[in-house]
Every structure is written in C-alpha cells, then in structure tokens.
Design a protein around this ligand. Structure first.
Ligand code: NAD
Ligand code: TYD
Length: 335
C-alpha cells in the first residue's frame, strides 16, 4: 500500500508516520510537507533513510505538485494545516489558504487519481463550545458552530471533504479529535509550552480565569484511532475521537504539571484572555468504541508523565525549536 501523508513533519503527522512504518513494514509513505514553522524533519530522523519512506517538500496548495505526488497512491491521510488558534487570531490568511484551499486542491487530485481512501484529520473545535458544569458532549449529530478563524477554516475543509463524497463519490472518512498532547508537539500549545517554560525556569501563562476545559488525548491513542478508521471505518463517515471523560480545567492541567515537575504554584501567571475563547470541549466517543472497538489507552496522568519525561530527555529538540522565529511570536502573543 502506498500512503500519501500531508503535514507529516508536524506533531501528529510525524507520530503517525513513525507508528505506521513500524507496524506496516511493507507499506510505502510519501510525506508532503511545506515545512512551515511547525514542520520539523528532526521528528523523522529515525526513518529518514528507510527505503519505504520519501519526503517531498512542498505546499498542498500547489496543484501541479499535488497531482504529481498523488500518482500511484492508494490512500491519503491529510494532516497538513495551520493548527494554532492564537496564530489564527493574529493572522487568519494562511489558515484560509492552507486549510480550505489546500484541502480543495488535495480533493481534486484525489478524484483525478482515483484514490481509494481520503482520510481528513479534523478537530472538535468545529463544534464551538459547551457550557461548564454540564454533562453535555459533542456527538456525531452536533451542529457545526466554529468560533475562531482556525476552527472556521477546519469546518470549511470538513464540509468540502463531505461534499466530495456526496457529489463525486470520493471515498472519504473524517475524524474530529480533541486536544492532543505528547512527543514532538510544538511548544506553542498549552502542555509543551508549560513544560518547556518550567524547564527554562519561566512561568506558565494561563489565559483568563484558567477555568477553560479541554478534552485531552495522548497522541498515540489518536494515531491508533486513525489506523482503525482507515482499515475498518465506513466510507463517507465521520468519527469523533476523544480522551478523558472527566473535566479538567486548564488551571488544574498546569497544577498537575507543576506537581510532576516539583514546582510551586508561584510558577503560574494569569494573563490576558484569548478573544472568543471556547469555554469547554468534551467528546462523546462511544460510537467509535462500539463500531471499531477503539478507546484511549492512556489516562491523563500517565500520558502527562510520559510527555514530561520526553521533553526532559529531548531538550535539544525543543531548545532548537524555541529559538529563532518562535521568540518573535512569543513576544507578540504574550506582550
Ligand atoms: P502542526 O502544526 O504540528 O503540524 C502541521 C504540519 O503541516 C507542519 O509540519 C507544517 O509544516 C505542515 N503544513 C502547514 N501548511 C502546509 C501547507 N500549506 N502545505 C504542506 N504542509 C503544510 O499540527 P498538528 O498538531 O500535528 O495537527 C495536525 C492535524 O490535526 C491538523 O489538521 C489539525 O487541525 C488536526 N488536529 C490537531 C489537534 C491537536 O491537538 N494538535 C487536535 C485535533 C485535530
Ligand atoms: P491550546 O493548546 O492552544 O489548544 P486549543 O486552543 O486548540 O484548545 O490551548 C489549550 C487551552 O489552554 C485553551 O483553553 C487555551 C489555554 N492556554 C493558556 O491558558 N495559556 C497558553 O499559553 C496557551 C497556549 C493556551
């Protein structure tokens, strides 16, 4: 099987490629990635010389290139995206370009090249926000109501993917997943930002009252869900993938990290809130459990410990990532 992965040099994409090549040793992977600030080939160092792996540096918006790399491909797993909400607030343009137009270009090429499966990796943020202190969860019937330029652009791409199935019969699947964390996550997102700031002796910025709730999933559990959807999922279907069922406010997430890292609460710094900040996310993943037998393996505590250990062991990786252009972004965002 020949698999085209887009955005494979990013956080989830690189975890996916490492997992896939270890498990399906006869498969071939082409990784198409533009190497934006978030793309990092160091993540794939252990497999870069494998004969069944090929890297192509390029933009998913480039029709000619996309059509070329899709020749002879059986499956497309589409991760490439601009993925950070705060950056989408500072500048929405690349979000519309990559997430909406890029997905359209891939869909056209997938039709032309008779791709057997196009899997689109999306987010729970397309559903908007849930109220605090309720049992409500996002489920496959929840209406789309995105609030940030990021989530709106992902919602647009989801609709396009489904439309290509309904209109042109393209064999698609979609997964809408909650907040991932784990190795190789760019330290702009809450958990790696907190861990690496603490390793540098810096405080952790917590937005607003810190009572925002996310549904956290260890990245390996997400990758396993995609594997199952690709092998056993129903064509045309959207699957919701999530982690813990308990609500953990951001403040408590940071407190857990402080505890594991032996630091006091004086390392928390409450900062200005994010505009349009979604209050709460929670996912009902009972359908994928029932249909495909998937469920998360890592408890939040276990996943967090593994993640912190990884960042402690891989100081070189995040120190390189945190130097350069990231410094300018950090200054702008947390001024
Ligand atoms: P990331 O930002 O770490 O990586 C994105 C990758 O896409 C990078 O390697 C980047 O270079 C590449 N890329 C960006 N624009 C591109 C373009 N125009 N052409 C080719 N490559 C391009 O993102 P991530 O956290 O790994 O997320 C991967 C996917 O999963 C995204 O689609 C995201 O919306 C979705 N998702 C992420 C989370 C999460 O918690 N991180 C949760 C649910 C869904
Ligand atoms: P983030 O990791 O950016 O993911 P998303 O916005 O896609 O859910 O943020 C997770 C939560 O943490 C979200 O409620 C915003 C909050 N947050 C902070 O409090 N401080 C920070 O420095 C960051 C980056 C996020």
């Amino acid at each position: 099987m020949k698999v085209l992965v887009t955005g494979g040099a990013g956080f989830i994409g690189s975890n996916f490629i490492l997992y896939w090549l270890k498990k399906y040793t006869r498969d071939e992977i082409i990784n198409l990635d533009k190497l934006t600030y978030a793309g990092n080939l160091e993540n794939l160092k252990t497999i870069e010389n494998s004969k069944n792996y090929q890297f192509v540096k390029g933009d998913i918006v480039n029709k000619k290139l996309v059509d070329k790399v899709m020749k002879g491909v059986d499956m497309v797993v589409h991760f490439a995206a601009e993925s950070h909400v705060d950056r989408s607030i500072l500048d929405p343009a690349p979000f519309v370009k990559t997430n909406v137009e890029g997905t359209y270009v891939l869909l056209e090429a997938a039709l032309k090249n008779k791709i057997k499966r196009f899997h689109h990796v999306s987010t729970d943020e397309v559903f908007g926000a849930l109220p605090l202190h309720t049992e409500e969860k996002f489920n496959p019937q929840t209406a789309y109501n995105p609030h940030s330029p990021y989530s709106a652009s992902k919602a647009g791409s989801d609709h396009l993917v489904r439309a290509y199935h309904t209109t042109y019969d393209l064999p698609i699947t979609i997964s809408n997943c909650s907040n991932n964390y784990g190795p190789y996550q760019f330290p702009e997102k809450l958990i790696p930002l907190a861990v690496t700031n603490l390793l540098e002796g810096k405080k952790v910025p917590v937005y607003g009252d810190g009572l925002y709730v996310r549904d956290w999933l260890y990245v390996e559990d997400h990758v396993r869900a995609i594997d199952l959807i690709l092998h056993k999922g129903k064509v045309g279907k959207t699957y919701l993938v999530g982690g813990l069922t308990d609500d953990i406010p951001n403040r408590q997430v940071v407190e857990e990290i402080l505890k594991i890292m032996g630091k006091g609460e004086n390392f928390i710094e409450y900062v200005k809130d994010r505009p349009g900040h979604d209050r709460r996310y929670s996912i009902d993943w009972s359908e994928i459990k029932k249909e495909l037998g998937w469920q998360p393996k890592h408890s939040f505590k276990e996943g967090l410990k593994k993640t912190i250990e990884w960042y402690i062991k891989n100081k070189d990786w995040w120190q390189r990532v945190k130097s350069g252009s990231y410094k300018a972004y950090y200054k702008k965002q947390y001024k």
